[in-house]
Design a binder for this molecule. Structure first.
Ligand code: UDP
Ligand code: MG
Length: 335
């Protein structure tokens, strides 16, 4: 194809290598739609852009036919490596497992299995990488096929976390991104258990650039992220990347204490001048309830962080591997 004009003599001695990392959880219907698109892009990358690509699919403990579908795909294409986790660890951890398998010196590109991130854009990501960017991330222009509620809550979440976090977390940016070899190496050093990848990418730093793209509706199957899971992910993000809520608890406490003090003075003054006419049960009740509420909120906040501390202190491995089937062109590979 595109290599027709360039003789082997002019080929660069070492070609750039790119590993595409795809976490899949119950994606048996979407994967057969994605892989042919991806294979075409990989061919084009090899022929026209001098990039050798491999794919690492991570089966995140699926309980449908995902694993057998993946095995069939790997039989047909030697560039595919398969990693099966021992159970469902969640997308953030599955991506980490995939990144751990990326060979040294290769860049990594993270892609959703459901076709929502168009693989056809990968050459654009590669072009930015070659311009010297370490973190090329796709920014969604709009979200098709997603309801009003998800769009508004997602929008609000990115605004809140963007303000609270000390490291940049670009708005409307998912996990569709390319990481240069040194960014991959850096990310691999972050072994915290509570993983909020969007925040971890930002922590790594280096040169960052956004590529706007249209996020397509899911090709098949349905989203594994219901509102409870998204809410938990949001909590994860906020508590992992910001201690502002803890400080908020302090301020809330201070404020209530101040109000209570002023009110106390008012009561004393009133009693001194006008005598103590009992009654006052409603006031007392409301003050007690209010203070109780504030204390519980503050305790809950502290508990959130304490829980994370506890999880980290256990030092468990992030995930367990069931099967690792490396394809051709993958040299690294811890068991
Ligand atoms: N995913 C995963 N483990 C999970 C949930 C999801 O690996 O526990 C994968 C899923 O297969 C897909 C990607 O994460 O490739 C995004 O998931 P989904 O499409 O459900 O999320 P959404 O696009 O709705 O945010
Ligand atoms: Mg999706």
């Amino acid at each position: 194809m595109g290599s027709a004009g360039t003789s082997d003599y002019h080929r660069p001695m070492t070609r750039d290598r790119l590993a595409i990392v795809i976490a899949a959880y119950n994606e048996a219907h979407a994967l057969p739609l994605l892989q042919p698109r991806l294979a075409r892009v990989m061919d084009a990358l090899a022929d026209e852009h001098d990039v050798d690509t491999t794919v690492v699919y991570i089966d995140d403990g699926s309980d449908d036919a995902t694993w057998s579908v993946l095995q069939r795909m790997a039989d047909e294409d030697r560039r595919i490596s398969l990693l099966r986790l021992s159970r469902n660890f969640g997308k953030e951890t599955a991506m980490t497992a995939g990144l751990d398998r990326v060979e040294d010196g290769a860049a990594a590109l993270i892609l959703d299995a459901d076709g929502q991130d168009p693989p056809e854009l990968i050459p654009q990501f590669v072009a930015k990488w070659r311009e010297g960017y370490d973190d090329v991330h796709g920014t969604r222009l709009e979200r098709e096929g997603e309801g009003w509620l998800k769009r508004t809550t997602a929008h609000a979440f990115y605004r809140v976390i963007g303000r609270l976090s000390q490291t940049p977390i670009p708005a409307d940016t998912g996990d569709f991104r390319l990481l240069s070899p040194r960014a991959v190496a850096a990310l691999r050093q972050l072994r915290e258990r509570h993983r909020f990848m969007k925040g971890l990418f930002g922590w790594v730093g280096y040169n960052r650039v956004a590529i706007p793209y249209h996020r397509e509706p899911r090709a098949a199957g349905r989203s594994a992220f219901n509102f409870w899971r998204l809410w938990n992910l949001a909590l994860e993000g906020i508590t992992s990347f910001s201690t502002v809520p803890l400080r908020l608890a302090t301020y809330l406490g201070l404020l209530t204490a101040m109000v209570a003090f002023v009110y106390g003075v008012v009561i004393i003054v009133k009693a001194l001048f006008w005598g103590d006419r009992v009654a006052g049960w409603p006031t007392m009740m409301s003050v007690i309830l209010f203070l109780g509420g504030v204390q519980l909120i503050a305790l809950g906040l502290i508990g959130e962080y304490l829980g994370r501390l506890y999880e980290e202190s256990k030092q468990r491995p992030l995930y367990l591997v069931d099967t690792w089937l490396p394809g051709a062109g993958v040299c690294s590979g811890q068991a």
